[in-house]
Design a protein around this ligand. Sequence first.
Ligand code: PFF
Ligand code: NA
Length: 433
Amino acid sequence: MAVRETWATRIGFILAAVGSAVGLGNVWRFPFLTAESGGAAFLVAYLVLVLLIGLPVMLVEFVVGRRTKHNVVGAFEELGGSNWRLVGGLGAFAGFVILSYYSVVGGWVIQYLIASVTGAYTANPEAYFGSASVGMNAVLFDALFMAFVVGIVALGVRDGIERAAKFMIPGVVLLLIGLAAYGSTLPGADDGYAFYLSPDTSTIVTDAVGLLPDAAGQAFFTLSLGMGVMITYSSYLGEDRNLLSDGLIILVADTSIALLSGLVVFPFLFAMGVDPGDGGPGTVFVSLAGAFAELPAGRVVGAVFFLMLFLAALTSAFSIMEVVVAFVTETFDVDRKPATVGLGVVIFLVGVPTALDLAILDVYDVLANQVLLIGGGLLLAIFGGWVYSAGALEEFTTGMTGGDRLGTAWIWFLRVPVVLVLAFVLYNGFGAT
Ligand code: PFF
Ligand code: NA
């Protein structure tokens, strides 16, 4: 087998991991979930979970990946034996499910990018969403989106994923900042910010507790946790650096971009008098298209918005694809290029039902977020906290000065609070499916 690749630079790794984290989850899922769940209380639950549950689990993934330098399945097998292999397999399975519908939404984004230029959604945004989101168009553009993903991932870790992330992620950030600045000039901006940022403090704590399951699903989804993306990406680390600081950078970048997306999306929605509480995956598309159809220079702004979203979605899709590609190329004796193409076709086929029926897309989304990622996260916490804690601690402190206390606190945090919260959320998630 060929020599295993590594990232060319540390910043390349960080950008690729931020690229994985930042995606449709930040710009599409986060605003609609926040809106559906009543705004600021959700935000609070989400922020707490990202920090207290997301970060510890991300560190387990880093430790497992960097220590073994294997794909998800191989990594768990090396450290935990053949039973834990199954857990790696669950991660790869989650990759199939998530990428299969993620790429469908990616296909919507391509259609909206084109439609912003041609003006196709201007007359009737509602009807446009109907024709773009299900049926033939959805299937075709899903295939197109997958072709981009396959094209880049087939080039490899350095020449494909790392190189693409290096220009795509700065592009996403710049475009988002521009859009937020434009949004602040709109008449609905103040109402949008108020809805988003001023909690009803009298009920916020009880509201936030009720929102824990959704917020936990979103926290894992947005950070790309629970299915081995961070295991796979950290398995390509060449040198041993401080994993905690890398994790913090990724977390802060992802959270800032989600918050920034809210500052973009809500002013647009309120400028159009849309009630964001009407919710659903279509809201963001329908109401934003409605806004772009009417605002001054709206179509240019729309094109910029959907271009940004396209780049963000692509870099996330690369990471999901890489989990599966690394697993297949390292387990069976196949080369990267044919493996990537073949897997791309399989994933596309798995996703076809979600391109034909929005209710099915929703089922995949709930299954992925509330069961697969949370279940994966729970198993990762058990693994890091109880099964492989000594090795995890050693790997955590490698590349860091004096991390012993912090590392021990991390292990205990995994053992009890993280495990309990995720078990509770998973139990709820089974109720939801
Ligand atoms: N983190 C990505 C987003 O927020 O859009 C989605 C994602 C990527 C989820 C990779 C899960 C994953 F493994
Ligand atoms: Na994200």
